[in-house]
Design a protein around this ligand. Structure first.
Ligand code: NAP
Length: 519
């Protein structure tokens, strides 16, 4: 989201500026420390009349944290009492955000938070910290970030001043640190040397980017005009992933339903992707016990989309208003899309599996051995048949294997027959070899030599024993990571209608898995 600060001195000029800013940006920051005798209700009204969906941020910056751009004289300091009264008025007027510095203390911050709770208000609290002279070390910035988080901030804002170009890297690293912890952050560097961070921070997931109107006054040195910001964002975003950002002030929300979900990498992957796509919405995991109640929650809260994982992929289908043809054929749902209140179930597991498999081999006319007969095996059989391939099922429990084979009219063999089957690829859909039992493999190493391509749907660990053995036997390998990111990208496409940043998603999940692999 792009935010334009209103920094005019007089109420009259500020009213004009608030209206113009509301039309040009996603949010308007009313700098009540600069607008002398600013009439907050009229200013908010002017902005909302100009653009009803614009977000309003109300700020009374402390003098010691206030940057003084060229040509702007320092303004007066409000007493703390007057400042608190003004922020409380902003809450009463249902401003979207109030900004209060960490330096004002936890009591002052807590007072605003309890007022919002009492009023059941929608205002969110930005807890901010600025250094108008320098950028401290990343370690120090992390300490400041942690102190802001401890206050219960809805959004943390950290803005030091860049003296050198590499100061920008510290705030970009801080944004990553915050996003890994699921905390919304606004971070950038002030100063001419900080302009790189003003452009790159929103692309890395900073919640707000500050810009000025073409004729407007800067509230901090280094700010770019709103048209320059928009142009640079489009250019960079096109160059990075071929997609154009669209900032949506409403902000959808997405959830994961499953049990357990604590170790899921979906929140990390989806939140990185949503930020890179410029979509103002968070993805959160919920460990649920009752899928029907969870679906009712999605309806009640008007959640825009959900992922569904074990053990609810089948149970959830019956609680929805409709199923896609693929989800109905599979009898399993891993994605819910909220279409104007109607919850529709989809399945992207088979899409992800097929797209990953295509990285290793053609599918039409080829034979594929599928190890296992559970939900993922079903997705594999379905997708391979749909694309003109021939699936062959191999499962340890013969009845379950036969049932799946009968449903899709394909052959089924016991595991002992594996060495005699000639096929283009073997796909493991059993959990054998998954963390923590990483030394196990569902297939003896020598048997793998029969298969030019071996795919494992397991992605934790990244390199399973099966894939290591297959590589050693000279097979081409396809990892479960590829399936995971592609099924996630297909979910994002369903929820947003836009292509997801696949390379970014792959990189963040790979990085996290490598960290886990290294202990
Ligand atoms: P599922 O429905 O429980 O099916 C598991 C299958 O594996 C069953 O057919 C079972 O055989 C077989 N199996 C289990 N333990 C076995 C063992 N020790 N030896 C031989 N066969 C065994 O599970 P699922 O939902 O299909 O998930 C399977 C795996 O896929 C999980 O590891 C999951 O994490 C992974 N997965 C990955 C992705 C991705 O995006 N990469 C997506 C979905 C799932 P029986 O029929 O004999 O019980």
């Amino acid at each position: 989201m792009i935010c334009i600060p209103v920094t005019e001195r007089t109420q009259c000029a500020a009213l004009r500026s608030a209206a113009a800013a509301a039309q040009a940006a996603d949010a308007v920051e009313l700098r009540m420390d600069i607008i002398e005798d600013g009439d907050l209700p009229r200013l908010i009204d002017a902005a909302r009349r100009a653009a009803p969906r614009v977000r309003i941020v109300v700020t009374c910056r402390r003098k010691d944290e206030r940057a003084v751009p060229d040509g702007v004289q320092p303004s007066r300091e409000m007493t703390k009492k007057a400042k608190m009264a003004l922020l409380e008025q902003a809450i009463a007027l249902e401003a979207d955000f109030v900004d209060i510095e960490l330096a004002e203390g936890v009591r002052a911050i807590g007072r605003l938070q309890s007022l919002i709770r009492r009023r059941q208000g929608k205002t969110q609290v930005i807890v901010s910290w600025h250094d108008t002279a320098k950028t401290p070390s990343l370690a120090k910035l992390r300490e400041i970030f942690a102190a802001c988080v401890r206050t219960g901030a809805d959004v943390v804002k950290i803005v030091p001043t860049a003296r050198r170009a590499d100061d920008n890297l510290k705030v970009l690293a801080l944004i990553r640190h915050a996003r890994w912890r699921g905390v919304r952050i606004i971070a950038m560097c002030m100063g001419e040397a900080g302009q790189q961070s003003r452009v790159l921070a929103p692309l890395r997931g900073s919640f707000l980017a500050f810009a000025v109107l073409p004729s407007g006054r800067k509230s901090a040195p280094g700010q770019l005009s709103v048209s320059t910001m928009r142009g640079l964002e489009r250019l960079l975003q096109d160059g990075l992933s071929g997609i154009r950002p669209r900032f949506s002030p409403g902000g959808p929300a997405f959830v994961l339903l499953g049990n357990p979900v604590a170790h899921s990498l979906s929140p990390l992957m989806h939140n990185e992707a949503l930020a890179a796509m410029g979509i103002d919405g968070h993805y959160s995991a919920f460990c649920v016990t009752d899928p029907a109640a969870a679906v009712a929650g999605i309806r009640g809260l008007n959640i825009r989309g959900a992922s569904v994982t074990l053990p609810f992929k089948t149970a959830v289908a019956g609680c929805l208003d409709g199923l896609s043809a693929d989800a109905a054929a599979l009898g399993a749902v891993n994605t819910i899309v909220n279409e104007r209140g109607r919850l529709i179930g989809h399945n992207t597991d088979w899409v992800g599996l097929l797209q990953a498999l295509r990285e290793g081999t053609d599918i039409a006319g080829q034979t594929f051995v599928i190890l296992g007969a559970g939900g993922t095996a079903r997705a594999a059989v379905y997708g391979i048949k749909k694309e003109g391939g021939r699936p062959v099922i191999v499962n340890r429990t013969p009845e379950k294997g036969r049932l799946l084979a009968a449903a899709f009219d394909c052959p089924c063999y016991p595991p002992e027959a594996l060495g005699k089957i000639r096929a283009r690829a073997l796909i493991n859909t059993t959990p054998v070899g998954m963390t923590p039992r990483i030394h196990e493999s569902p297939v003896p190493a020598k048997t793998l030599a029969h298969f030019p391509v071996v795919m494992d749907v397991i992605y934790n660990p990244l390199a399973t024993r099966l894939l290591k053995d297959a590589k050693a036997q000279g097979c081409r390998i396809v990892s479960g990571l590829e399936m995971f990111v592609r099924q996630g990208a297909a979910q994002l496409k369903l929820w947003t209608g836009r292509e997801a940043p696949l390379a970014l998603m792959r990189a963040v999940v790979r990085e996290r898995l490598e960290t886990l692999d290294n202990g």
